[in-house]
Design a protein around this ligand. Structure first.
Ligand SMILES: O=P(O)(O)OC[C@H]1O[C@H](OP(=O)(O)OP(=O)(O)O)[C@H](O)[C@@H]1O
Ligand SMILES: NC(=O)CC[C@H](N)C(=O)O
Ligand SMILES: [Mg+2]
Length: 502
């Protein structure tokens, strides 16, 4: 998951892109970058770090022009520590293209070899996004019938790109002197929407919050497989470029990744989380009698809407028992298990009086590696809770994600190959209640009947692109550098208290 944005305007866009990236910061905290174009020249600044650290006034001044794009990165391929793999990526031919990508290519390795041997193109990093850019550049070169470039040639190039690349991709690319291209993979796994401002500015962005928060009116989602080309005068052209398209967005966007105030593919993320809380409440009742629960406490941040709705339905008081240090980022999307574990304690602190002598039901949106839950349960006990129950608004995360979420190996997932009782023992709570897969799909899918389904592969092991083998998963994982930290002892998954250790 990353956040991407592109803008065509009649006024300078540097501040606008910066503001949009700030609104997308939750999608990637590792690196940030912006490219603008003035005349036929690109101006780029990218570096590791959060948006407000990467861009100083002098960097902003050096980004002139009325068209541009930007990205916040959460690495899922290549090298998490390399500055070179921060986006945007640039190639000089044809025309000069810069590109930002949210997603993960599952055939990047084969494509890299093909780019070298057949297309005679050089890639200089381990990033799948650089591969994507070079495939696009090669196909654009082939499709171009003259200068200036025709819109139909751009769409022909995207058609060829769809045939060659596999996996998930929401992309924004700027073709020097011509305009801004945006497209989405044929399954619509990663989100991308378009909005306009009344001064004529056109913006595409990963989430509607980035459009609305910068004064744009959300107009529509880019359809799966569709390409949109925005000329430098703001004219929008669109064409379906996939042979076969279906709308099966990543369900984890609704569970955790996106901001609750965003609407993705016609579904309010906030409403999706309320609905999850509602179905979870029914499952809680069948496991722990509500009269045995004194208080419902959310694990900030993402679980709040589900926890409120759950408490409301059970008729149990909802209280804030953990205070979040807002200056610590999201722990799940940090590279390295050691950093994640330390951050949970730094990030969340208890309000002791909410726990002392009480039976508490803690609610989280999801349990992935179990890092957060185990720490939190212990903190609740240390604060004097009598019984600590834990409910997860998502089902057990049991399978690796290959589409741009950093859960590449099953071995790090606390629930992989384990029963709920085993996970409960590891986390150390008195009862563990999970959402079930069908309940989750229904709770969210009922909000837009036009959806063809979801990619819920990390929960049910079914990959919507239909072409993922165990070998692919192993290869994708091998290709990554920096997912675990050097000197990080705690990279293996959490173990059962006794059985597995023995
Ligand atoms: O089982 P784990 O591997 O610990 O991962 C799951 C946790 O990580 C996320 O929180 P995070 O702190 O990233 O973000 P949030 O503040 O948006 O909830 C998520 O909301 C869970 O709390
Ligand atoms: N999470 C993402 O969308 C990552 C994009 C790309 N695969 C990278 O690692 O930079
Ligand atoms: Mg959380």
């Amino acid at each position: 998951m990353c956040g991407i944005v592109g803008v065509v305007s009649s006024a300078p866009v540097n501040q606008l892109i910066y503001d949009a990236l700030l609104l997308l910061q939750h999608r990637g905290q590792d690196a940030a970058g912006i490219v603008t174009q003035l005349g036929h020249k690109f101006f780029m600044h990218k570096a590791k770090g959060m948006v407000r650290d990467v861009f100083r006034t002098r960097n902003m001044r050096a980004l002139p022009g009325n068209v541009g794009l930007g990205q916040v990165r959460y690495p899922t391929a290549g090298n998490a520590y390399s500055e070179e793999e921060a986006q945007p990526f640039y190639v000089n031919a044809p025309f000069g293209i810069v590109l930002v990508h949210n997603g993960n290519l599952t055939n990047a390795q084969a494509l890299r070899a093909e780019l070298f041997s057949t297309d005679h193109r050089h890639t200089n990093t381990e990033s799948d996004s650089e591969v994507l850019l070079n495939v696009l550049a090669h196909e654009l070169e082939k499709a171009t019938r003259g200068v200036p470039l025709q819109v139909d040639d751009v769409f022909a190039a995207v058609r060829s790109v769809h045939r060659r690349i596999k996996g998930s991709y929401a992309v924004v690319a700027l073709i020097a002197g011509h305009g801004l291209l945006a497209f989405r993979d044929p399954h619509g796994i990663r989100p991308l929407g378009l909005g306009r401002c009344n001064d004529g500015t056109v913006m595409v962005a990963s989430e509607s919050v980035a459009l609305e928060g910068t004064g744009h009116v959300f107009e529509r989602n880019i359809a799966p497989g569709e390409a949109v080309f925005i000329g430098l005068d703001g004219t929008v052209h669109a064409q379906q470029c996939a042979d076969k398209a279906s709308l099966t967005p990543c369900i984890f966007e609704f569970v955790y990744l996106a901001r609750p105030d965003s609407e993705l593919d016609g579904i309010s993320v906030y409403q999706a989380r309320l609905n999850l809380g509602e179905t979870l409440a029914k499952r809680v009742i069948s496991t722990v009698p509500p009269q045995e629960i004194d208080v419902v406490i959310p694990i900030p941040e993402s679980s709040r809407p589900s926890a409120t709705q759950l408490a409301h339905l059970l008729g149990i008081p909802y209280r804030e028992g953990f205070v979040k240090n807002r200056y610590v980022g999201r722990t799940f999307i940090m590279p390295g298990q050691g950093v994640r574990k330390k951050s949970v304690r730094q990030k969340l602190n208890v309000i002791g009086s909410e726990f002392k002598g009480r039976n508490v039901l803690l609610v989280d949106d999801s349990i992935v590696r179990g890092t957060t839950s185990r720490e939190i349960v212990q903190m609740a006990r240390d604060a004097g809770a009598r019984k600590v129950y834990l409910a997860s608004a998502a089902p057990p995360v049991r399978y690796p994600n290959v589409y741009g979420i950093d859960m590449p190996t099953e071995t790090e997932l606390v629930a992989h190959g384990r029963t709920v009782e085993e996970v409960r023992a590891i986390i150390g709570c008195d009862a563990l209640i999970y959402q079930d897969v069908e309940g989750m799909k229904k709770a969210i899918g009922s909000l837009n009947p036009q959806l063809d389904g979801f990619d819920a592969s990390c929960f049910d092991g079914v990959y919507v692109t239909g072409d993922i083998t165990a070998g692919d998963i192993a290869r994708l994982n091998q290709g990554r550098v920096g997912a675990t930290e050097e000197g990080d002892e705690d990279t293996s998954r959490l173990a059962l208290p006794n059985a597995e250790a023995a």
